[in-house]
Design a protein around this ligand. Structure first.
Ligand code: C2O
Ligand code: CU
Ligand code: CU
Length: 466
């Protein structure tokens, strides 16, 4: 029954393309210690015969998956061939402010930004995207984004699937709208799903344990991820790192900027299919995607829809068949060691006004918070608006302490850098600001709904020597 319902939604959306499903594009990998990226204006046929103007890193749309090994010192060149200014930010990575690629690190048209840094993060699913203030949504919307996988020994010991493109796949979720000429509309919500830039995709997966690195790279829409047969799957990592043990769940809500590292048991899938679904009808109407969007809505709003069809094929010779019961022990920070507690209010949004943080619009020249290097801090994010916003902080990974006083969901009990704060909620997280101090170049914290960020729902913190 459920499946029939899903397919009918699907076919009304993709009447053109349903008859010709396309193999999911798997972004190529760049690995090693030297990375060359080139940001290019380009074009792509998402549907046969219709050419859409796009932008990408080293290609027409999105970018290569960068594989960093924890502990390596890497160098990256980012060439800007867009013909307009931009930046490139390493979302989730613990790097110095001058390497972070925030709005202060502009790469002028035609220039190359060359940086190097040690990879201090442990195994995680990160990503990269432009961060030029007021232009982030526009540049990401054109296709500028890519995935980063940080590898380490812990995941090797745990025995997780990690043969990229064989039993481990990047899944980048984006909604887009096309105008009548097939060009992207610049809108916070789209009416069509692109997965890794593929319209109406299928993916052949071996009938065994398969790992999905899922990123919500959308402008505003949140997804409530599950499978069409309602099967359980395992969360093994949150945004910035592995969980202490695999958590069996049926749904994961991913707001823009958030990632999930999951393992699905496809053992009995050979010869059959199952779909990756967003159960958006189950989302609260305060969450983007869980309500009809202003201005008439889209066919993806508050309904369940299919995003990707998995087709089971023969297992590989060295298939991963089980998961460890525990992965690692996370060193959690203690509230007793907290030096400072800050409250950040999500504000604004009334009567067509932009959303703000602490009732202030972003100001490039204003440092909103000064943090002492090495301090453990609690940040209390209080949402006074009537919709949910994903709060993201640069530089650090944090642990959620509580949400309205209650412990976080167990699949969120790992390292995170983005947390969805619902209307009226207060989320507290704890973090430590180690390694990088710079009084002149701040880091950002902001709502990861790209329109809100561009309109000024962003603040800056500087880390200084005590
Ligand atoms: Cu994904 Cu400040 O960004
Ligand atoms: Cu970031
Ligand atoms: Cu917001």
């Amino acid at each position: 029954m459920k499946r029939v319902f899903l397919v009918s939604i699907f076919s009304s959306l993709f009447s053109l393309s349903l008859s010709a499903q396309t193999a999911l594009t798997i972004p190529p990998v760049l690995t090693g210690t030297t990375f060359d990226l080139s940001m290019e204006a380009s074009s792509k046929e998402f549907s046969p015969g219709i050419t859409t103007a796009t932008a990408g890193y080293n290609g027409a749309y999105l970018g290569p998956t960068l594989i960093f090994n924890s502990g390596d010192v890497i160098s990256i060149d980012v060439k800007n061939n867009l013909g307009t200014d931009t930046t490139t930010h390493w979302h989730g990575m613990h790097v110095a402010p001058t390497n972070d690629g925030g709005p202060h690190s502009i790469i002028n048209a035609g220039e190359t930004w060359s940086i190097n840094f040690p990879v201090l993060d442990t195994a995680a699913t990160m990503w990269y995207h432009p961060h030029l203030h007021e232009n982030t949504m526009e540049q990401v919307n054109m296709g500028l984004a890519g995935m980063i996988l940080v590898r380490d020994d812990t995941e090797v010991t745990a025995g997780f699937p990690q043969t990229y493109g064989v039993d481990e796949f990047p899944i980048i979720l984006q909604d887009r709208s096309f105008d009548t000429d097939g060009q992207f509309l610049l809108s916070p919500f789209g009416d069509t799903m692109l997965i890794n830039g593929t319209l109406d995709p299928f993916l052949e997966v071996p009938a065994q344990m398969v790992r999905l690195r899922i990123l919500n790279g959308s402008n505003e829409r949140a997804y409530n991820i599950g499978f069409s047969d309602d099967r359980s799957f395992f969360a093994i990592g949150a945004d910035g790192g592995l969980l202490e043990s695999p958590v069996s769940i049926k749904r994961i809500v991913l707001a823009p900027g958030e990632r999930a590292d999951v393992v699905v048991d496809f053992n009995s899938l050979q010869g059959t299919t199952v779909e990756l679904v967003s159960y958006a009808s189950e989302l609260s109407p305060t969450i983007s995607g869980g309500r009809v969007t202003p201005g008439g809505g889209t066919p993806l709003d508050a309904v369940n829809f299919s995003m990707l069809e998995f087709r089971g094929v023969a297992p590989t010779a060295d298939a991963v068949t089980d998961l460890p019961s525990s992965i690692l022990v996370l060193e959690r920070l203690s509230e007793a060691d907290t030096a400072v507690t800050r409250t950040i209010q999500m504000t604004g949004g009334r009567r067509g006004q932009p959303f703000t943080l602490d009732n202030q619009l972003f100001d490039h020249a204003r440092i909103d918070q000064v943090v002492s290097l090495g301090d453990i801090e609690i940040w209390e994010i209080e949402n006074t608006t009537n919709i949910a916003h994903p709060f993201h902080i640069h530089d650090v990974q944090f642990f959620i302490l509580d949400r309205n006083g209650a412990a976080p969901e167990i699949h969120h009990a790992g390292k995170k850098d983005t947390v969805l704060v619902d209307a009226g909620e207060t989320v507290r997280f704890i973090t430590q600001f180690d390694d990088f101090a710079d009084p002149d170049v701040p880091y950002m914290y902001h709502c990861h709904i790209l329109l809100h960020e561009d309109q000024g729902m962003m603040g800056q913190f500087a880390v200084v020597e005590p």
